[in-house]
Design a protein around this ligand. Structure first.
Ligand SMILES: [Zn+2]
Length: 516
């Protein structure tokens, strides 16, 4: 049969950068190649040399279009990967404008960073990939239906299962050297469509996501969610402020637009101006709405406008009483950042989070109540109201994940928990073990390689990269420095008198002069 191994190149001990390499029966298969998002240390990994040779890959499997699963795929083709990339038709349709959008934003951000780098005499920075690399990837895209078995030769095959996460999302089943292995991808809630004539359960090993592994969420009716959204829109606009909704480009943005559309249709809300601000938002939205088929015609509404050019986007800075929906969802990039710079100091404004905020991201810092933040070199005081609205999540919660694995039992080897932060992973591992769902539960660390055997617990072959623990920490020194810088001026200014300010500055200077 020969040995089978799995290497965890991403989403190990963290929620982003999904990338697993499975080798066996003379084939090398990569499942996902997503972007790392979070602290500066984690994001730097996107620009590191890949820990494998893309030219040696025989197949790539993409579970879904979200950038933390797909965002580095063009980089593989920039490095002369020749392998086919398998995904569902919907994923392929949605991903193309999304990657083009990401390439544009990366180019704009590289230009900004390089202006600063040139001034400071620091090395220049280049984007991860450009348009030609996306074209190279698309030449190799092979679309597949759910349940269809695709043979890769050497009795290695793959099959997609419906994952109920977003349009086109899939879990990937890989049969290699007689072992049946399942990689969950991201899992949504609700029952997935079964595959006729194929048994769902019975795996040697399962690799399962754990985003919400430590919490159960209350089910919220769509009508209640829309009512809550309506109240935030009304209240913010009547105060003369702007409502900013940082949103993931895929599906979250469209669901929010559908909710707003329904509120306008039912006249619960008067038709306030809504701007969807991302270079290719219109294309991405069209592709997704085509598959969502909700019956709500978001594209034809006169008060929902799609902003494409940078100048149009900047013009929004002069407007008040509007709703701006923009990416990225965790505020790590994209046009939401300049809207935050403009709106965070405004007491009338509100920032409404509707999705998961990974540790270390600007979104999580804001959600956790920072008084001031640093955005693209600007110290920005936070006066706007910060709110989270539940009810939009498309991730299974703790009990959903338990059910998902139980439905696929028996797992005779190891259940690997990935794609979660430390607390989620630990808590879910405890629950899974206590429930006796799998005989062996493991939490792999970044860079680890494991040996997989049929119906036996996996064993670690190669240990994690030495900096793994530091990399996945929720805060690194750069985020601490940014937080300190951002809050310092605010705190000094808010002291009682100039005398107090002078004293504080003296004390700070003394502290800096002291040896650590
Ligand atoms: Zn996802």
């Amino acid at each position: 049969m020969g040995g089978v191994t799995i290497a965890f190149h991403g989403a190990a001990g963290t929620v982003t950068g999904s990338c697993f390499e499975i080798r066996g029966a003379g084939k090398t298969i990569l499942v996902d190649c997503g972007m790392f998002q979070g602290t500066r240390s984690l994001e730097k990994l996107n620009y590191e040399r890949l820990p494998f040779d893309p030219r040696e890959l025989d197949a790539i499997i993409l579970t879904h279009a979200h950038l933390d699963h797909s965002g580095r795929l063009p980089k593989l083709y920039a490095e002369r990967c020749k392998a086919p990339c398998f995904c569902t038709r919907a994923t392929a349709d949605i991903l193309k404008p999304l990657l083009q959008d990401s390439a544009k934003l990366q180019a704009a951000s590289a230009e900004r960073r390089n202006r600063r780098a040139d001034r400071a005499g620091l090395p220049r920075f280049s984007p991860l990939y450009g348009g030609p690399d996306i074209t190279a990837l698309y030449r190799k895209i092979r679309t597949a239906e759910y349940c269809e078995q695709m043979d890769l030769g050497n009795r290695v095959s793959i099959r997609f299962w419906d994952a109920r996460h977003i349009v086109g999302s899939a879990s990937a089943e890989i049969t290699v050297a007689g072992q049946r292995i399942l990689v969950s991808g991201d899992i949504g809630s609700g029952a997935s469509v079964p595959c006729p004539d194929v048994e769902l359960g019975g795996y040697d090993h399962i690799i399962c996501e754990s985003t919400y592994g430590d919490r159960d969420r209350e089910d919220i009716l769509i009508s209640d969610r829309r009512e809550a959204l309506a109240r935030y829109v009304e209240e913010t606009i009547s105060n003369g402020g702007n409502l900013l909704i940082p949103a993931f480009a895929v599906e979250r943005t469209q669901v929010i637009l559908e909710d707003l559309s329904a509120l306008f249709d039912s006249r619960r809300l008067s038709p306030v101006n809504v701007f969807l601000d991302a270079p290719l938002a219109q294309k991405v939205t069209e592709a997704i709405l085509h598959y969502r088929n909700s019956g709500l015609d978001v594209m034809k509404r006169r008060n929902i406008r799609f902003i494409q050019s940078v100048n149009e986007s900047k013009r929004l800075n002069r407007m008040t009483g509007i709703v701006i929906v923009a990416g990225s969802g965790m505020c790590e990039g994209g046009r939401i950042r300049h809207h935050l710079v403009r709106n965070l100091p405004d007491r009338r404004a509100r920032i409404l989070f509707t999705g998961f905020q990974a540790a270390g991201t600007l979104g999580s810092v804001l959600r956790d109540g920072a008084e001031a933040v640093r955005i693209s070199g600007n110290d920005v005081v936070v006066n706007a109201r910060i709110t989270s609205l539940d009810g939009y999540s498309n991730h299974a919660d703790r009990s959903g994940l338990l059910h998902w694995v139980r439905d696929r039992s028996p797992v005779t080897g190891t259940l690997f928990l990935v794609h979660g932060e430390a607390s989620s992973l630990k808590s879910l591992a405890g629950e899974m073990s206590a429930a006796g769902i799998a005989p062996d539960v493991a939490i792999p660390a970044l860079g680890e390689t494991w040996n997989l055997e049929p119906a036996r617990a996996a064993s670690r072959l190669r240990s994690a990269r030495p900096d793994a623990e530091k990399l996945v920490a929720s805060r690194d020194w750069t985020s601490r420095l940014a937080a300190l810088r951002a809050s310092m001026e605010h705190r000094i200014r808010s002291l009682e008198s100039d005398r107090d300010r002078e004293k504080m500055l003296e004390a700070l200077k003394r502290a800096l002069d002291e040896r650590v």
